[in-house]
Design a protein around this ligand. Structure first.
Ligand SMILES: *[C@@H]1O[C@H](CO)[C@@H](O)[C@H](O)[C@H]1NC(C)=O
Ligand SMILES: *[C@@H]1O[C@H](CO)[C@@H](O)[C@H](O)[C@H]1NC(C)=O
Length: 331
């Protein structure tokens, strides 16, 4: 009798769990808390994109400079804007590329922090589940890659968006195959991502809001603007007072300050192979930086101010920019 009762309770519990789990998947992004450890509550972040090439194409040089600047800044964590492993992501969780392009490259003490990564289109050409797997986090505890998620750092909330499935062209291509497990049916997936991001942004009470994705919104680089995201994601970011949109995809360092948007558009895609000279015309009043070599970006966030600094492969500052909440209010 008791055994029977237990069985019924267990069944009910499992059903409840299943329902809660299903609802959660559709309604809420996974959230991680990463609070500042510095006494003044400030936060220092490095941003790198389009990098995993076994150290080639200056990847190792960029990594070395990240280590140096990371130490000076005492960075809290590192963001990867995707295209983590070239050319076709990882084959599986045992792919040596993970070790050869990540663990063995970013070896500086200052870089032994949590990395938060999104997937790029090249990552979708391999086994996507491998990059998302906790097996990799066991191999290197710094690794965390998810599709869309949130990092709550007190004064700033970071919203990571899985942008690859938004681009139509990947679904029509025959040149490459993409691992769409977990993404189909596509329309439902995309509408859920947009809803989840919108809801999370609306509920956020953080001083600063940054959104991170692999693909560009605006860019003068080879790939240029991503029209699907301009149409579908940008209006949500603009309606919810997002401060920065941070991406990779174009292999350059770039800062666009659009006349028509409160957001700053920042590209950090200079982690390894750069596309020298592959740049289109852009309004010089909006283009604050276009650098077609390798490098990375650093962010310093305080309650009142954010500072953005771009570094080249020699660790030299090539552009910096600041804003404060009070200037916005005064203006
Ligand atoms: C490495 O960086 C230097 C300095 O920007 C550049 O001259 C060189 O072409 C780069 N090498 C590669 C393989 O990209
Ligand atoms: C891809 O196919 C869709 C229909 O499936 C179409 O709407 C879209 O224009 C195509 N895009 C490209 C780049 O061919």
């Amino acid at each position: 009798m008791t055994a029977m009762k237990n069985k019924i309770y267990t069944t009910i519990l499992l059903v409840v769990y299943a329902v809660v789990a299903t609802v959660n998947v559709a309604a809420e992004l996974q959230r991680f808390e990463h609070l500042p450890t510095k006494a003044d509550g400030s936060l220092d972040i490095l941003v790198i994109g389009d990098w995993g090439r076994r150290g080639l194409y200056n990847q190792s040089h960029v990594a070395f400079q990240m280590g140096k600047i990371g130490e000076e800044m005492d960075v809290d964590f590192i963001l990867s804007t995707g295209d983590n492993f070239y050319d076709d992501g990882l084959i599986d969780v045992d792919d040596p590329l993970f070790d050869e392009s990540f663990t063995q490259i970013y070896t500086a003490t200052s870089l032994q922090k949590q990395w938060y990564s999104v997937l790029g289109n090249h990552d979708y050409r391999g086994d996507v589940m491998a990059q998302l797997s906790p097996v990799l986090s066991h191999k290197d505890s710094r690794w965390l890659c998810l599709r869309s998620f949130i990092v709550d750092s007190g004064i700033v909330e970071l919203f990571f968006v899985d942008t690859t499935p938004f681009q139509d062209k990947y679904f029509n291509q025959t040149k490459h195959t993409y691992d769409w497990r977990g993404v189909l049916p596509r329309e439902e997936y995309l509408s859920n991502v947009l809803k989840e991001v919108d809801t999370a942004l609306k509920e956020s009470s953080a001083t600063w809001k940054f959104v991170i994705g692999h693909h560009t919104l605006f860019s003068a680089g080879h790939h240029g603007n991503t029209q699907e995201l301009v149409d579908q994601l940008l209006p949500i970011l603009e309606a919810n007072d997002v401060d920065l949109y941070i991406n990779g995809h174009d292999h350059c360092l770039q800062h666009i300050s659009s006349k028509n948007s409160q957001l700053q558009f920042l590209t950090s895609g200079g982690g390894s192979k750069a596309w020298k000279g592959d740049v289109n015309q852009w309004d010089p009043n909006e283009m604050k930086l276009y650098y077609d070599g390798q490098g990375f970006m650093a962010l310093r966030v305080t309650v009142n101010e954010i500072g953005v600094t771009f570094y080249d492969v020699f660790g030299e500052i090539i552009h910096s920019w600041k804003t404060s909440k009070y200037t916005h209010m005064d203006a």
